[in-house]
Design a protein around this ligand. Structure first.
Ligand SMILES: [Zn+2]
Length: 227
């Protein structure tokens, strides 16, 4: 592996973690862990303060979770499988962010799936209500199996919620995963606000195809963006 690629991905994760903290998406406790796929390896935060990551705050794992470089803090040794097993079953995923983004986590605590009612989510390829994986201790075999059962064979699912805990968001790279997470938290906040106004209304069944078709039509247009 090129060292330059490792350095680039590390820089992306450091930048993304700082942005998530600035936007309030790590919530006040800043419980979070972030990773990215680099070829046949996974770069994972090793522990500590995620909003203040430095170059040495990462470990490099093989796809089975075996540490290749660096050393994990015990709190993050617990969550290795939560990352590596998702990469194993979903080759489309290049980065994973786990955190307790406040509005999405409200749905996780209420054990309520987040309905698909906010158009920007569709632009990330997310085309299903966000499910809640049954509770089990963080990173445990039962918890990870619940995550795998939800995401395996569901390429249009870009996040799952962990019951009574938080969220796991995905993307092709760290920037897209972070952008998606921010959009998902907006969706959760808006669905909560809409509950005072008679409740969020679902998007039509054909919305995903229509949005994707429009994105293809304008692909390559200067200024065309995800949102
Ligand atoms: Zn957590």
């Amino acid at each position: 592996m090129e060292n330059t690629q490792l350095d680039t991905v590390k820089r992306q994760l450091i930048t993304v973690a700082r942005q998530l903290a600035e936007k309030g998406l790590l919530f006040r406790g800043e419980h979070a862990n972030l990773s990215a796929r680099i070829g046949e390896q996974v770069l994972l935060t090793r522990g500590g303060h995620v909003s203040q990551l430095g170059n040495d705050d990462f470990v490099l794992l093989d796809m089975n979770g075996k540490v290749q470089t660096g050393s994990l803090e015990s709190t993050n040794a617990e969550i290795v499988d939560m990352h590596t097993r998702v990469y194993q079953v979903r080759p489309d995923i290049g980065s994973i962010i786990h955190c307790h983004a406040p509005h999405v986590t409200a749905f996780a605590v209420a054990q309520q799936p987040l309905p698909l009612a906010y158009e920007p989510l569709l632009r990330f390829g997310h085309a299903e209500p966000t499910p809640v994986v049954p509770w089990a201790p963080r990173g445990s075999t039962a918890s990870v199996q619940g995550i795998i059962d939800a995401v395996d064979g569901h390429p249009s699912l870009q996040a799952v919620m962990l019951a009574n805990h938080g969220v796991l968001a995905f993307g092709r790279d760290p920037m897209l995963a972070a952008q998606f997470l921010a959009t998902l938290d907006e969706a959760a906040e808006l669905v909560l606000a809409a509950s005072l106004l008679g409740g969020a209304k679902p998007l039509p069944a054909a919305a995903f195809e229509e949005v994707q078709a429009r994105m293809r039509q304008f692909a390559g247009t200067p200024g065309a963006a995800v949102h």
